[in-house]
Design a binder for this molecule. Structure first.
Ligand code: ATP
Length: 344
């Protein structure tokens, strides 16, 4: 199914403009993540798509050629997975997955067949008769997905589905979720405030800030070509290099850098993996922190800009705290972005 929103907005009764007029199109089978900081309107947008929230007048929501704007949630045929899962704890896995089908009054053999099918897809057969209370967090997450998919929804909506899990499990499960969603071959919208999660799972990420979508693109596009300081900072933690631009030269506390273009009126950003420590670098700084992270070191460097900047350092020989070092940053890795007020 394709999803299309035009001019869709939400003002809550107290006057809060949670969603400003937004257009969004999601292709058949596409997995789109709504990514943004707390309060930016992700959940509001998801709930409007689900039919749990009534949008402002003038909003239009299309499922294929059907205008569903005034259709209630129970008639929209959407599957939902919430962070709390909302499973029935004392019922078996099988009964939980079959619950929605039973409510739809499908014939028993059909229910059995569909439950068996999704149990297999989600690799839950060994747990079919177990109660939810006897499952791990990751297994519960799979049951919640299986239950949402069993009624064959037109659209699957997921609201922070991994946030109840601990960090190490989250990482394993996000890869698993990415694979499962593609196996279901369903159009899906996925809300998260975690950029790694959005990038790992989604075909396309819509970055939100203060009630609107500020940029949408593939994870690579957003990472390589952010169009605002906000996106550069939020996706991949780009760091601003505060200095004075004079044509294509950027004067910093720790030396001068060549820019890829005229930097007047722009803020210059760099990512930690492009800040290279080496004897030939034109910048000088002091090592403040050295953090060993297994695959690499993260080095905090002062003296180059008013703030400490980070460098990803691979290889065996990491500098030590207190060392004076040279740093190089290639012009083509610098991002020049318009100065803006909201760096939230
Ligand atoms: P989070 O990641 O914290 O869940 P979010 O991006 O999902 O945040 P929303 O829950 O959509 O954000 O909220 C957007 C804005 O609307 C916030 O400022 C929030 O306080 C406000 N808001 C949400 N629900 C209501 C409501 N029922 N009445 C008034 N304001 C609301």
């Amino acid at each position: 199914m394709t999803l299309r929103l035009t001019h869709t907005a939400k003002t809550y009764p107290d006057g809060t403009k949670a969603l400003l007029p937004t257009d969004l199109a999601v292709g058949r089978g596409e997995i789109v993540s709504l990514l943004g900081p707390s309060g930016c309107g992700k959940t509001t947008l998801l709930r409007i798509i689900a039919g749990l929230e009534t949008p402002d007048a003038g909003s239009n929501i299309w499922f294929d050629d059907d205008n569903v704007t005034s259709l209630p949630v129970e008639r929209r045929q959407v599957g939902m997975v919430f962070q709390s899962y909302a499973l029935f704890p004392n019922m078996s896995v099988r009964a939980n997955i079959g619950y929605g089908l039973k409510m739809q009054k499908l014939p028993k053999p059909e229910i059995e067949a569909r439950v068996t099918e999704v149990l297999e897809m989600c690799q839950l057969q060994p747990f079919a008769s177990r109660a939810i209370t006897a499952l791990s967090g990751g297994q519960r997450q799979r049951v919640a997905l299986a239950r949402a998919i069993a009624p064959r929804p037109r659209l699957l909506l997921l609201d922070e589905p991994l946030s109840a899990l601990d960090a190490s499990l989250r990482e394993t499960l996000r890869d698993e979720l990415a694979i499962l969603l593609r196996e279901f071959d369903i159009t899906a919208i996925f809300v998260t405030h975690d950029q790694d999660e959005a990038m790992a799972i989604a075909d396309r990420v819509a970055v939100m800030s203060h009630g609107h979508v500020v940029q949408s693109g593939t994870p690579e596009e957003l990472y390589r070509n952010p169009m605002s300081a906000f996106v550069a900072g939020f996706v991949g933690n780009a760091m601003p290099l505060q200095g004075n631009a004079d044509g294509i030269t950027l004067h910093l506390d720790g030396g001068a850098l060549t820019l890829p273009a005229n930097g007047a009126g722009q803020t210059v950003f760099v990512r930690a993996e492009d800040v290279r420590i080496g004897d030939d670098g034109p910048l000088r700084g002091k090592v403040e922190t050295v953090t060993f992270l297994g695959t690499h070191y993260r080095i905090g460097i002062s003296g180059i800009t008013p703030n400490t900047i980070a460098s990803i350092h691979t290889g065996q020989n990491a500098p030590r705290v207190g060392d004076m070092i040279h740093v190089a940053i290639k012009p083509e890795t610098l991002m020049l972005l318009p100065q803006e007020a909201d760096l939230a």
